[in-house]
Structures are given as structure tokens and as C-alpha cells.
Design a protein around this ligand. Structure first.
Ligand code: F6P
Length: 362
């Protein structure tokens, strides 16, 4: 293999650039030319590539200076998109032609659920070798304990909630803070525990709008009765009721109970997705990038490298004991069960949250 392509697809996540840098450096070290596909799968279809390595006058390969510098930055240097055209077989066939025209024999896809679904289809249809790297702040991907961006997103949420807590305590207020995560409540659960929030509202608990309002009401009533000055409720984006609606409904329901009750709603939104990657996201990105590249060179295809510290169970071990390869088909099955709630991981998360709720509200 002399040339490979790497792309970032779906919602960007901090750590994607660190993975690109690692792949470019490790590729260069082995004399490989690494190309980035611009704007995710769309770049593959349109044949829009940017070289992430450069060939020096003596024939040696080095990493591009901008790629090197971007490793510590958020977002993705080569752009990202959710390509509608790649969902069609015709789009994938055009993409395969462009990859072959470039003379590349392997593709590394960094992205979430939709991107890895595309990677699996491309690998099976084109015969081009494909490896996936989990990249999404949502932490909803199977066969990996984390994906690129999760740690940074949690740090951003914690920092934002610390700030909100300052002003909440000053005014003795309750806040409902919404965090991203699509259908997965992981960011809400993990940040609620880290923030010692009063509650986490997650889609996975299956509560109705009415029950959610009752939960918020109980937490606020009990919290203020105990003399708390800050009530913090973290709501996952997956709950299909706008934050402001929950807040207005709760205020309405509680107007007889608490005088001058003011609840504020804050949607953190895309703030959670930006920012320079944390140490952990950079380190994991480097090691997953290394694992994905080496797997491609060893002939693997239609697989993803997952992060499973400290002791991997099952899977095919690589030279890095925390990096384990799994077939994309299995990854996608586990991802589906993580989201539809049948996965033991989701069941455990929901049970842990439910057990913690009595403590969180103290
Ligand atoms: O999947 C990552 C994610 O940030 C989700 O948490 C969120 O639901 C979605 O992407 C937002 O997408 P967009 O940037 O297209 O609004």
C-alpha cells in the first residue's frame, strides 16, 4: 500500500484533528502518502482530496505543517458533512472510482454511527480496505468504551455548569441545562454525576412529559426545602421536549408551592462540540489512529478499532492492548442496541442513574 485516504464525517468532534495528525505522521514514517477527503464522503464522490503528508525532494515523506499544527485543535481540518449522496449505491460506486483514480488502496473513516454505516457498505461493495475510528461526542457507538470528543465534551459541560452554578447560587435559582448527545443520554448522565447535579433527565428512562415535570418539581421543592441555593438539572437532548417548555410547565405547576420561583433554561448546544481536545482525547486519537493504520496495512478491512482499557475481552488484539478491532457489522449491531435500550450497557447506565437519583437530589 502506497496511498491511503482518511475522512472525517458526521458531527465533528474534538480529537478528529489529533487522529488525522497521528495517521499522517505514522503513514509518513512508513513512506505512505496520506490524503484527506474534503467534506467527508462528499469529497470521495467528487474526487476532492488534500494531501496530509508531503513528499520531500529526497523522496522521503513528511507530515504537512498545517496538519501537524491542527492536531491540538477542535473541529476538523478537512471538513465534515452528512452526505446524502453516499447513502445511495451510485454515490458509493463513484466514490470507489475516485479512490482508485487517486491510486489509494485503503480508507480510514473517523465518525459516528451514520459514518460507520457508510464505511461498512463501502467496504462490502467496493472491495477497498476500510477501517473505522469512533468519533462522536455522543458516546453511542458499540464495541468501544469511548469515542473521540466525549472527554472534551464532558469537560466543556462541566466548565459551563460550574459557571451556571455560580450565578444560580447567587440568585438561589434552579436551572435546567440541556446537553447534546442525540438519542444517547450518556453526556447528561456522566456530567450530572461529575457536577453533583440534582438530577439527570434522559430519554432512556422512558418518562412522559408529565412525569418529567413531576420529577423536576420534586427535585426543586426538596432542594430548596433543604436550603440549597443551586438546583441543577441536566437534560439530555434526546428528550423530545424543549427545555423552555419543561421549565414553563414546572413553574406553572409549582406556582402555589414556591413563592417567586424562577427557573432558567440553558441549552449548551454546539458549544459542547467545539474546543481543543483534552489530553485524553488526543491520546486516544493517536492510539486509535495508529491501530487503524496498522490494521489496514496488515490487510484488515470492514472493521473498527475500539478503545477498551484496561483489559480487552474478545476481539482481535493489536500491539496496543487498549485498541481492539471489531467487525463493523458487530459495531453497528451494538450501536443499535445501545440506542434502542436493549444493550446491557444502556441497561446498566439507566439502572446506575436511577440508583444515583436519590443521592443526587440530596
Ligand atoms: O452526533 C453529534 C451531534 O452533535 C449530536 O449530539 C447532535 O444531536 C447533532 O450532532 C447535531 O447536529 P448538527 O450539527 O447537524 O445540528
Amino acid at each position: 500500500m502506497k496511498r491511503i485516504v482518511v475522512l472525517t464525517s458526521g458531527g465533528d468532534s474534538p480529537g478528529m484533528n489529533a487522529a488525522l495528525r497521528a495517521i499522517a505522521k505514522l503513514g509518513a514514517a512508513q513512506g505512505l502518502q496520506v490524503f484527506g477527503s474534503l467534506e467527508g464522503y462528499d469529497g470521495l464522490i467528487d474526487g476532492k482530496f488534500r494531501e496530509l503528508t508531503k513528499v520531500l525532494s529526497d523522496g522521503a515523506v513528511s507530515v504537512d505543517i498545517e496538519v501537524d499544527a491542527a492536531g491540538g485543535q477542535g473541529g476538523t481540518l478537512i471538513g465534515s458533512a452528512r452526505s446524502m449522496r453516499f447513502r445511495e449505491k451510485e454515490g458509493r460506486a463513484r466514490a470507489a472510482d475516485e479512490v482508485r483514480k487517486l491510486g489509494a488502496e485503503g480508507l480510514i473513516v473517523i465518525g459516528g454511527n451514520g459514518s460507520l454505516t457508510g464505511a461498512h457498505a463501502f467496504a462490502t461493495e467496493s472491495g477497498i480496505k476500510v477501517m473505522g475510528i469512533p468519533g462522536s461526542i455522543d458516546n453511542d457507538i458499540g464495541c468501544t468504551s469511548t469515542s473521540l470528543g466525549v472527554d472534551t465534551a464532558l469537560n466543556t459541560i462541566v466548565e459551563a455548569c460550574d459557571r451556571i452554578s455560580d450565578t444560580a447560587r447567587a440568585h438561589k435559582r434552579a436551572f435546567v441545562v440541556e446537553v447534546m448527545g442525540r438519542d444517547c443520554g450518556y453526556l447528561a448522565m456522566a456530567s450530572a454525576v461529575a457536577m453533583a447535579a440534582d438530577a439527570a433527565l434522559i430519554r432512556e428512562s422512558g418518562k412522559t412529559e408529565d412525569q418529567l415535570v413531576d420529577d423536576i418539581r420534586a427535585v426543586i421543592r426538596n432542594g430548596f426545602a433543604r436550603g440549597k441555593r443551586r438546583i441543577l438539572i441536566i437534560k439530555a437532548e434526546g428528550i423530545n421536549v424543549p427545555c423552555t417548555r419543561l421549565v414553563r410547565m414546572t413553574e406553572e405547576r409549582m406556582k402555589e408551592e414556591v413563592a417567586n420561583l424562577e427557573i432558567r433554561a440553558t441549552v449548551l448546544g454546539h458549544v459542547v462540540r467545539g474546543g481543543n481536545p483534552s489530553y485524553s482525547d488526543r491520546a486516544v486519537a493517536g492510539r486509535l489512529g495508529f491501530g487503524a493504520l496498522n490494521s489496514l496495512l496488515a490487510g484488515a478491512t470492514d472493521e473498527m478499532v475500539g478503545w477498551l482499557p484496561p483489559l480487552p475481552q474478545g476481539g482481535t488484539p493489536t500491539s496496543d492492548s487498549s485498541v481492539v478491532r471489531f467487525p463493523l457489522e458487530r459495531v453497528l449491531e451494538e450501536t443499535k442496541s445501545l440506542i434502542d435500550g436493549t444493550s446491557p450497557v444502556t441497561k446498566r447506565r439507566v439502572a446506575l442513574m436511577s440508583a444515583a437519583s436519590g443521592v443526587l437530589s440530596l
